[in-house]
Each structure stands twice: as C-alpha cells, then as structure tokens.
Design a protein around this ligand. Structure first.
Ligand SMILES: Cc1ncc(COP(=O)(O)O)c(C=O)c1O
Length: 361
C-alpha cells in the first residue's frame, strides 16, 4: 500500500490514478505559475482555457472522434441527462427505443415517460432480475434514437458489443465504462458519463454529441437544459466545474501518455477482470451473479454461498485495506468495482483476501 491508501473498490466516486492525485497535490496552491489554485482561477482565464481545450482534444484523440462530434461538460450528473435526452431529441412527437437493463435505464425511461414522450421499451432483462444483456433486439425503423446503458454498475452486466441498430443513432449512458475500451463510433449519436467512476471526480458529466443530434435541439426549452447552449459556448455559458474538468484532463493525460491509449487500457481491464472472474468461477465458496456472457469488466458482482457471512466479509476486507466491496443497497451481495485506475496489485490483494477469508472459517 502506498501512502496509507487502501485498495479502493468503490463503485463511484471511485479510485483515481495515483499519479493524477499527486499532480493535483503538487499544483494545488499555485496552478501553472498563476499564484492561485485551480479552484480559485477564473474559468475565463487562459489557464483554464488550456485545461478545457486539452481535455477536449485528448477525448477526441482517445476515442478517435471526427469533426462531427462535440465534447461538452455539464453539471447535474448523468441523472440530468435522463430528462435532457427526450427533451432535446423528441420535441416533434417522434418516438425513441429504450433497452432496459437495470436501475439506470429504468430511470432514463421514467424521465421520458414523465414528459409524455412516446418511447418504446424494445428489450428488457427485468424477467431475470437484470442479470443478463438482451440479445438480437429488433428496433423500430422510425425511432429517433436507441437509448441503452453500456455498463450496469449495480448488476454488474455490460454490453460486450453494442447492438446493430440499423443506422438509428445510439444514445449511450457510459457512466461506468467510458474510456475503458476502444469504441466504434460509427453508429453512436451521443455518449454521456457522470465522471465519478472512470474519468474524474463527481460534479461533471461528459457529453459527446454528434452534430445531427445537436441540430434536433429545439429553441423553446430552458437554456440550461439545451445541449446547444453548451455546444455554442464551449461548455462555458455559465461557470463550469473547473476542478472536476481539470481532474478529467489529468486522467486523460494519464490514459494517453502512461497507459498508451484505449487498446492498452482494454487489455489491462480484461486481464484484471478475467483473473477475478476465473478465481470466483473456480471457487465453491463465492459465485458470480451476472450471466457469463453478460459480465461487466468494470463491476464484478458476486455472492458468498452463505449470505449471512457477507457483512463479516466486507468488514474484514476493510480491516485489511480493501474498501468498497459491499453490493449496492438495492441488491445486496458484494461488488468489486475495478475501473481503469484499479491496478493488478489490488486484484491480487482481493483474491488473496478472498482465499484467506474462506480458509479461516
Ligand atoms: C450507469 C449509471 N448511470 C447513471 C448514474 C447516475 O449518475 P449521477 O450520480 O452522476 O447522476 C450512475 C451512477 O451510479 C450509473 O452508474
């Protein structure tokens, strides 16, 4: 353990790369020779302009985005997007298709229904408590977009491949797997992600939006809920969350310069996830809760054969410096969130603790 830090398996806010935290610490009192902290400088200053420009450029390079896409930073979390998406893209009575794979998709669906938008839920895994990702989904040809959650943080399921939507643009909640793997953007109209899992601290939501979707945003909706406002003013119509955006910039720098990009990140994530799932699959004491072909490489959900031992498991793990292993309060069980910043040594420490816990019973 470095600097008395624990192995952090929290689902979000979650672990950030140590070099990023160290750089924040070093620059905190005097940012770029300004004599001020990043939390004190003006968002209209050259210092912050460099930060946001670099964050946008790095996002474009990492995801290989072409000029069709704008990178925006909004507040209100990913949850705000649930209402903004139908508000902006379904103003003219159009319908959209939604895939329901758990709590977050359900919330997104609810926000469209509250607005009386004629959306259709075209697939759902509710019948099996959201432990799988629906396959071979058929979409409605007249849908303005298809909404889905690429990684289900609570249930620990993930689309290993995005569905073929027959050219209908996808709008994807990637809060818990953005920047974890390369993406084929050819059919993606919009991505959004609350930063606090894989790319930064809470307080900012990254939105990557294609210009044809931006063109759908109507004038008659509130200014702060209109994507055009952010696109027209480089996310600075009002004061943006400067510190959160700065942290994102550093995380993206780490991803590009230290990790080497999304292919390399993907390989590392697969190595970590496979090691942990293999251990669980070979155990008679622990069992994974998501179906094998739908498992998330970001959130590994599992149970103990005897669930009365779960509290003791989580408490003892914490004593040993392994934090955040309790499952989401809505589902129970255990969950190890192993986002980009979680290193292989954390996975090894977890597996060794899991073996120990079983043996000492
Ligand atoms: C997949 C997903 N979508 C949306 C949210 C909600 O994000 P926020 O708290 O930023 O509104 C979360 C939060 O855990 C999430 O995991």
């Amino acid at each position: 353990m470095i600097h008395n830090r624990i192995h952090n398996f929290n689902a979000g806010p979650a672990a950030l790369p140590l070099p990023v935290l160290q750089e924040i610490q070093q620059t905190f009192l005097n940012f770029q020779g300004s004599g001020m902290s990043i939390t004190e400088i003006s968002h209209r200053s050259i210092w912050f302009d460099d930060v946001i420009n670099d964050a946008i450029e790095r996002t474009k390079r990492l995801l290989k985005l072409d000029d069709q896409y704008e990178v925006l930073f909004l507040q209100g979390g990913a949850s705000m997007q649930f209402c903004m998406i139908p508000l902006n893209f379904l103003s003219d009575g159009k319908s959209a298709d939604y895939i329901n794979t758990g709590t977050w998709s359900t919330k997104a669906i609810k926000e469209a229904q509250i607005q009386n938008k004629p959306i259709k839920v075209v697939a759902s895994s509710e019948d099996e408590n959201y432990c799988y990702i629906p396959k071979n989904v058929s979409f409605n040809g007249d849908a303005a977009f298809v909404h889905l959650t690429s990684n289900n943080t609570i249930k620990g399921t993930q689309f290993s491949e995005l569905p073929d939507t027959n050219n209908i643009p996808m709008v994807i909640d990637m809060s818990s797997d953005i920047m974890s793997r390369p993406l084929d953007m050819s059919n993606i109209g919009m991505i959004y992600a609350g930063a606090q899992k894989n790319i930064g601290p809470a307080g900012v939501c990254m939105v990557i939006i294609r210009k044809d979707l931006l063109a759908l945003c109507p004038d008659h909706i509130p200014t702060m809920l209109n994507y055009s406002t952010y696109a027209n003013k480089k996310s600075m119509y009002n004061t943006p969350p400067c510190f959160s955006i700065y942290t994102i910039q550093l995380v993206l720098k780490w991803l590009e310069d230290t990790i080497g990009g999304l292919e390399q990140m993907d390989a590392l994530n697969r190595e970590k996830g496979n090691l942990l799932y293999d251990f669980i699959d070979n155990s008679k004491f622990y069992s994974a809760t998501a179906k094998k072909d739908s498992r998330s490489l970001m959130n590994v959900t599992f149970k103990l054969k005897d669930d009365s031992l779960e509290k003791s498991f989580v408490d003892k793990a914490f004593e040993k410096g392994l934090g955040g292993l309790k499952g989401h309060r809505s589902v129970g069980g255990c969950r190890a969130s192993i986002y980009n910043a979680t290193r292989m040594d954390a996975i090894n420490a977890l597996i060794s603790f899991m073996k120990d816990f079983e043996q000492k019973l």
